[in-house]
Design a protein around this ligand. Structure first.
Ligand code: UDP
Ligand code: MG
Length: 342
């Protein structure tokens, strides 16, 4: 039996489902007015065919081409559609975060508005989510990606390789927007910058089970891509952030403190050696480069150590201010399991 998506006809659950649908489709939109009618139609037909209860959340990211007005009209004729209109253009990550905040579904599917990921592929990621033991995140893999070779595919290949090396999440394609998440997972992840590309990595930090499934991809029919080659550098900077979050989230002192101690000890040993030369052998040490190294090592050691201490304080604030425990529970089974908070 498919436990992830209980039958829509189930009398008991249908009342609940009307409040929280099984699937929320979140679409960030920036100047995509030509694609919108077809997009909404295709999503509606596809999910109607699967039999799941659903909602479509279109987030207009401050479009200037009338996308917002079109969404206002579409809402009147599509009962499952909800439009969230942002005040200005905040970027794809923020638009997705807004969509996540308004989504009530048990499963959240994200999709681009430009129809490059055909909405007809949504069932593929949905079905994969409940395969085997069940996954928390299923990412689409644009196996036959239809984008410009040099300006898009090459940087993307390098970025994918780097991301998989650094984040330890083994996926072929991080940039594909067609993904399905369990809502609990999304609630645990905070999005900043252009981190939507690293959602699998963030999910991995949160202990998620992650997999991928090959999905179709088409060339853009309408409008233009919102990104150019400049995105590569922003991706690299975000990658650094993710690397640090992953490494140092719980024990910064273990990393910086250790480096600090090593540096301080090396400085001390060399310092003692120089002191020995000066006082026991009466050598002149004032013009030795080694002396400079000793000073640098000692100072660096103290600074790294303090950095680790500060990191510990910041991490405590980070966890405690959001009431976030340092662990994530998948489920609690057994008697009185409801009494246990988190
Ligand atoms: N997008 C957005 N805000 C932005 C830029 C893009 O909401 O500031 C949306 C855009 O409308 C599309 C998705 O994010 O639905 C992906 O953008 P695009 O197709 O330009 O990226 P590409 O597929 O070229 O990587
Ligand atoms: Mg696109």
């Amino acid at each position: 039996m498919n436990t992830l998506f209980p039958s829509v006809n189930d009398q008991q659950t249908s009342a609940l489902i009307s409040a929280s649908p099984e699937v929320s489709v979140v679409v960030p939109i920036y100047n995509e007015v030509e694609s919108l009618p077809k997009l909404i139609e295709e999503i509606t037909t596809t999910i109607n065919n699967t039999g799941h209860s659903y909602e479509i959340i279109c987030v207009d990211d401050g479009s200037k081409d009338g996308s917002a007005q079109l969404l206002r009209e579409q809402v009147l004729t599509h009962p499952h559609l909800k439009a969230v209109l942002l005040r200005r253009n905040y970027g794809q990550t923020a638009a997705m975060a807004a969509g996540f905040n308004y989504a009530k579904g048990k499963v959240i599917v994200t999709l681009d508005a430009d129809l490059q990921n055909p909405p007809s592929e949504i069932p593929k990621v949905l079905n994969k989510l409940s395969e085997g033991e069940g996954y928390d995140l299923v990412s689409g893999w644009r196996k036959n990606r239809q984008d410009a070779k040099i300006s898009r595919l090459l940087p993307s290949k390098i970025a994918n390789w780097l991301i998989s090396r650094i984040t330890e999440v083994k996926l072929h394609d991080y940039g594909c927007s067609l993904k399905a998440y369990r809502s609990e997972l999304v609630a645990d992840m905070n999005l900043y910058g252009e981190l939507h590309r690293f959602l699998p990595a963030l999910a991995y930090i949160e202990g998620a089970r992650i997999t991928e499934v090959a999905v179709g991809h088409k060339a853009r029919e309408h409008g233009n891509s919102k990104y150019g080659i400049g995105r590569t550098f922003r991706v690299l900077l975000d990658l650094l952030t993710i690397f640090f979050i992953k490494k140092f989230l719980t024990r910064p002192m273990h990393v910086f403190g250790l480096l600090g101690i090593i540096s301080f000890m090396a400085g001390s040993i060399l310092g003692i050696y120089l002191t020995f030369l000066k006082f026991a052998l009466s050598e002149n040490i004032g013009d030795r480069p080694l002396l400079i190294l000793v000073v640098v090592l000692l100072l660096t050691g103290v600074q790294l150590f303090c950095f680790g201490l500060l990191g510990e304080l910041i991490m405590r604030t980070y966890h405690e201010s959001q009431d976030k425990p340092i662990y994530r529970v998948r489920e609690v089974v057994g008697k009185d399991s409801k009494d246990i908070k988190n």
